[in-house]
Design a protein around this ligand. Structure first.
Ligand code: FPP
Ligand code: MG
Length: 330
């Protein structure tokens, strides 16, 4: 993230804020039971780019650019940043159970180390801790908005599950799945931070749309990496979408473009979980590039959403974060 920052001063301030967020996160997870503490320590290894807390903090800055400093607002925003990271960690721990993933962020997943029951309980502990921490802000609307967010997120996962193995999955349904499972949380990060920062409704709404578009672009890139990335670079088990019958955008586009024999060959590659063969077929119809283009369109859309904000280093950072989501290789 540092390379995106326009000035050293901004990078230092953001790093200090993220340290505060990490401290709040760790404090909230402390238990009177050593067994719980040892398990909770595992998720500290999961924390990587801190993208969601960064979106919270920068969205707050983008709104408060010309406003006086307010330590109470900053403190609430830091708490929100810790809460969204905890929600995100909970979803990853549960997602790795569903996906039977062995590796995440270069290390062993909780399910592979400690089994599914423990991983499910750790995810529950995290989600419960997130809402407990959120309630300390004392704003019922914030708890309610995050409740709507996590409910939508779960509904996205359910929608995805019901379409497992569905080779007739439409682009519209794919986009609805990724909007719910990934877009709504990043949308909430930006919108709720903007609201805590005292932003006007139009600004809250613009940042909400920015976050949703960015989240969807991020998920398309994630899906591309699952298909064509290298495990040693990405740091997590790849090829899972295929194994779990999750059709992702490049494949959906390809199936719409392929000739009848090409389609048959593709369905055979999907059934055989032949990642290399599938990539060659998908590449052949230009569908990898087409999926990448859809992600780039979402990035452009995200950047247009924030054009209504006052031009500031924070706004430019939001624009750079959007660009980085599709440039990343991990
Ligand atoms: C990553 O998908 C998964 C998500 C974005 C959401 C997962 C959500 C759940 C499992 C529901 C649990 C919800 C709560 C509130 C605890 P992916 O498998 O495509 O990404 P990956 O490559 O990082 O594994
Ligand atoms: Mg997964």
């Amino acid at each position: 993230m540092k390379e995106l920052l326009s000035s050293d001063a901004m990078a230092t301030t953001l790093a200090a804020r993220l340290d505060r967020v990490a401290a709040r996160f760790e404090r909230q997870l402390q238990s009177d039971l050593a067994q719980v503490n040892s398990l909770a320590r595992h998720v500290e290894r999961y924390r990587g780019k801190m993208l969601r807390p960064t979106l919270v903090i920068i969205s707050g800055w983008a709104v408060r650019d010309s406003m006086p400093e307010d330590t109470e607002v900053d403190s609430r925003i830091d708490t929100l940043a810790a809460v969204v990271e905890m929600i995100h960690m909970a979803t990853l721990v549960h997602d790795d159970v569903l996906d039977e993933a062995q590796m995440r962020r270069g290390g062993a997943t909780v399910n592979s180390l400690r089994g599914n029951e423990t991983a499910v309980m750790l995810g529950d502990f995290l989600i419960s801790s997130a809402f407990h921490l959120c309630s300390s802000v004392g704003l019922p609307w914030l708890n309610s908005a995050l409740g709507v967010t996590t409910t939508q997120l779960c509904s996205g996962e359910i929608l995805q599950l019901t379409h497992r193995g569905d080779t007739a999955l439409s682009e519209a349904t794919y986009f609805e799945i990724i909007r719910r499972k990934t877009g709504v949380l990043s949308g909430a990060c930006c919108a709720l931070a903007a609201r805590l920062a005292g932003g006007a409704d139009s600004v809250v709404s613009a940042l909400h749309r920015y976050g949703e578009d960015l989240g969807m672009a991020f998920q398309i890139q994630d899906d591309l990496l699952d298909l064509i990335g290298e495990e040693s670079v990405v740091g997590k088990t790849l090829g899972i979408d295929l194994q779990k019958g999750k059709l992702t955008l490049p494949i959906v586009i390809h199936l719409g473009r392929a000739s009848a024999p090409g389609r048959e060959e593709t369905l055979r590659a999907i059934a055989a979980c032949d990642r290399t063969g599938l990539v060659a077929l998908v590449r052949g119809t230009g569908s990898l590039g087409a999926a990448r283009e859809r992600a780039m369109e979402l990035v452009s859309s995200a950047k247009e959403r924030v054009e209504c904000l006052t031009d500031s280093p924070s706004r430019r950072l939001l624009e750079s974060i959007a660009d980085a989501t599709v440039e990343r290789v991990y």
